[in-house]
Design a binder for this molecule. Structure first.
Ligand SMILES: [Zn+2]
Ligand SMILES: [Zn+2]
Length: 341
């Protein structure tokens, strides 16, 4: 978490909302509302005659399917958060923050089905054409063994990708978007910069193909990973007791990953299996909840609470860093030139 100062939990007024923040949130929600209404209308026969191009049609059906799959999980998580909250705070319901996180949850499925899917698929195809398959015989192994292997693989890769994105300065502004939330709950799971979604997709899909598991086994393994990711972001009072805390990541453990306390910095990177943190020395399990969550700013650039500002944020940080370096070189070159005169 280079360059990041922890936020002062009590005094922090929250991130400023970008100028276009509300507009982008409402645009996404209206877009999805329309897609959902068309899909729902079709199923009930009301809009069966409305003609749309086949590509848009496929998009509507897939986006609707994703929403239907996620709805029960989100409902259980929301009820659990109300019944047994770990961190008590003012309700997030229908707040700006909630709308932004809902927009994130929706846009990931939508964009993956459209241009993100094309980019990720092309990069994976390019890589695979050059490296082939490492263990082609794995695809003949029993399905559930392959599911277990796929789950282990994605989780292991995510641990290291996540850890590197905290430690490599140029990657941190991308991942900082996920840490911008100051009220961690189930919707924080999908608050991710598009570059992070893309990188994660390329690594996970390519690795699965390189190791030779079937697409069905990999999809099941990834689904378990994803549902566990929702679980660990849920604001529930759950700590894993005794030996279980060495095996599986709990909501308590991941909340500490989002903590803004100095002692918790760069800890608990795991998503499903906790043993990576214990083995590689990043486990952190104090006997209390954190006093605050979120991050402040990087290189003096505020992380505004807006979808567009989040997406622009890494580019702004990189541009500032480049101009500072470039500027200092120019200054030293000018200084030398002046001295030699
Ligand atoms: Zn992180
Ligand atoms: Zn998280």
């Amino acid at each position: 978490m280079a360059n990041m100062a922890p936020t002062a939990a009590a005094a922090d007024p929250g991130h400023p909302r970008g100028r276009w923040g509300l507009l982008s949130v409402f645009f996404t929600i209206i877009l999805y509302g329309s897609l959902g209404a068309i899909a729902w209308g079709r199923q009930s026969g009301w809009t069966a005659d409305v003609a749309v191009p086949p590509a848009v049609n496929a998009l509507i059906e897939s986006a609707w399917g994703t929403m239907l799959r996620m709805a029960p999980i989100l409902q259980v998580a929301v009820v659990a958060q109300v019944l047994m909250p770990a961190v008590r705070r003012r309700p997030k319901l229908l707040s700006y923050e909630m709308c932004l996180d809902v927009a994130y949850a929706l846009q990931i499925s939508f964009m993956y089905l459209s241009f993100l899917g094309v980019i990720v698929g092309s990069i994976v195809w390019f890589l695979q054409a050059r490296t082939g398959v490492l263990f082609p015989s794995i695809s003949d192994w029993p399905h559930y063994v392959q599911v277990g292997m796929a789950l282990w693989l994605v989780d292991f890769l995510v641990y290291w990708r996540h850890r590197l994105s905290h430690h490599i300065k140029v990657l941190w502004p991308i991942h900082a978007v996920h840490h911008s939330s100051e009220r961690i709950d189930v919707l924080t799971t999908t608050r991710l910069h598009l570059l992070e979604v893309m990188a994660g997709g390329v690594i996970t899909i390519y690795a699965r193909r390189y190791f030779g598991m079937t697409a069905e086994a990999a999809a099941s393994g990834f689904a378990i990973y994803l549902y566990w990711n929702y679980y660990i972001h849920t604001n529930v009072r759950i700590r894993h007791p005794s030996v279980l805390k060495y095996l599986l990541v709990s909501p308590f453990a991941h909340r500490w990953h989002h903590s803004n306390e100095e002692s918790a910095r760069d800890k608990n990177f795991g998503v499903v299996f906790a043993w990576n943190d214990w083995i590689f020395g990043t486990a952190y399990y104090p006997d209390r909840e954190s006093n605050g969550y979120g991050v402040d700013s990087s290189n003096g650039i505020p992380l505004e609470e807006s979808w567009w500002q989040h997406q622009l944020y890494p580019f702004r940080v990189w541009a500032r860093a480049w101009s500072e370096r470039h500027g200092s070189r120019s200054l030293s070159a000018a200084n030398k030139a002046l001295t030699s005169d």
